[in-house]
Design a protein around this ligand. Structure first.
Ligand SMILES: NC(=O)CC[C@H](N)C(=O)O
Length: 191
């Protein structure tokens, strides 16, 4: 079973650990470089992306994360995790750092104030039944590079994308116990 770390300096770590364990992965929190070394794959959870990036730098995880992710480690980002994976951000602060690797531009807090949080049932590529998607101050994908596949959209904007070993969703598949999006990720890990 694959060793799947969950970035654990900030964010909804426990929900991802549960979702991964329920599917048979060896899931554990990652707070330091030695723990990252043990990972076959990684999840970047939801949370607050500027805080997560700052903590990653403070705890000397940012460069090791960039190396592993650009080196091909399968990585799944949800919401703030999607923002951290994105190569480009709109609507962030000018100095907001990301880990990068995913050739997309994301817009932070894209769905606006009135719909800060909402839920929707979305068609998802490769899944027979729609996914119940929970959005919390979610980003959307504004532009995608040529190697990026859009797996799901909401209100006309991509909210789930895949590029090779990288998977990202604007919403939180970890919160509802469905497991199918995490299973797609573990299938990517299995290769
Ligand atoms: N639920 C979330 O992860 C919200 C993401 C948050 N709006 C950010 O920009 O980091």
């Amino acid at each position: 079973m694959p060793a799947v770390g969950v970035f654990a300096l900030q964010g909804d770590v426990r929900e991802h650990l549960h979702a991964l364990s329920a599917l048979g992965a060896e899931a554990f929190p990652v707070r330091r470089p030695g723990e990252l070394d043990r990972c076959d794959a990684l999840v970047l959870p939801g949370g607050e992306s500027t805080t997560m990036a700052k903590l990653a730098r403070t705890f000397e995880l940012l460069e090791p994360l960039r190396e592993r992710i650009s080196g091909g480690m399968p990585t799944f980002g949800t919401c703030a995790g999607m923002i951290l994976l994105a190569d480009r951000i709109e609507g962030g602060t000018a100095d907001q750092e990301t880990i990068g690797g995913l050739d997309v531009t994301v817009r932070r807090n894209a769905f606006g104030r009135q719909v800060d949080s909402f839920e929707d049932d979305l068609e998802f590529a490769g899944l027979a039944e729609p996914v119940h998607a929970v959005f919390i101050r979610a980003p959307w994908v504004e532009r995608t590079g040529p190697g990026v596949d859009v797996l799901a959209s909401a209100q006309g904007h991509p909210v789930a994308v895949r590029q090779g070993h990288l998977l990202a969703t604007s919403f939180h598949p970890e919160v509802d116990g469905d497991g199918r999006v995490h299973r797609i990720f573990l299938e990517m890990v299995a290769g």
